[in-house]
Design a protein around this ligand. Sequence first.
Ligand code: THG
Length: 264
Amino acid sequence: LLIIGEKLNSTILPVREAITSRNEKYIQELAYKQVAAGADMLDVNTAMGLENEEDDMVWLVQTVQSAVNVPLCIDATKASVIKKALQVHQGRAMINSISLEEKRIKEILPLVVEYGCPVIALTMDDKGIPDSTEGRLEIAEKLVEIAEQNKISLDDFYIDPLVLPIAVNDKNALIFFNCLSEIKKRYKVKTISGLSNVSYSLPLRKLINRSFLTMCMALGMDAAILDPLDNKLMSALAANNILLNEDKMCQAYLKAYRNGVLLD
Ligand code: THG
């Protein structure tokens, strides 16, 4: 599982404040801690800043990349923000995200092609996120066609079937699981999800998120945007990896155990 650390997100108030006040130390520590905890990549989001999102994103990318050596996942809806981020990013960034929305296809897809970077594609269009599995699969089909037409390697194409809160519709996790399995079965693309939406407004959210991750991994999900500083989540992930034969000779599991980081 490709682990994308979620914490450098301007929706988290102290992070937003650190971005606004250009607090390098706070941001770099949060970057370093996530990588030390096992993140392969870090999501960076500046959407909730107040002044100039382009400037905030450029500062954030440069500040993070001078502390850690992992690629960043540029989480923004404005093409101008993504473009600035790609111009200063060292190495191969991931773009989060495109969708079937006309504006994103018109403005963000050309950046994916120009920079040849991996991209997350959301199963939504200008009408929103379809309620049904079938509706989302129709969008996934069109997204795969767009990837092929634009010669984007499907290996670099991460479809996010967008899990919605169970509290809104008690079938929402099931709809997500069905989308995930069908997409894996039909296309040679990768799949990805954030973990936190599923548990929105329910108590003990981390418990639900952890179970959700386990079930997604069993269905072959390739990447997740998650909190690598949640030790119980990362412990479940390590256990899932040995159960799925994703951890040769249990090496990573045993190493984590010896380092005293695994929780039961
Ligand atoms: N798919 C894609 N991109 C996404 C999401 C997705 N980007 C945003 C979001 N979902 C994933 N990122 C976050 C970032 C922060 C939090 C949740 C999702 C968050 N963090 C709290 C904190 O760190 O303080 C709480 C963490 C916790 O208690 O678990 O809420 O789905 N493509």
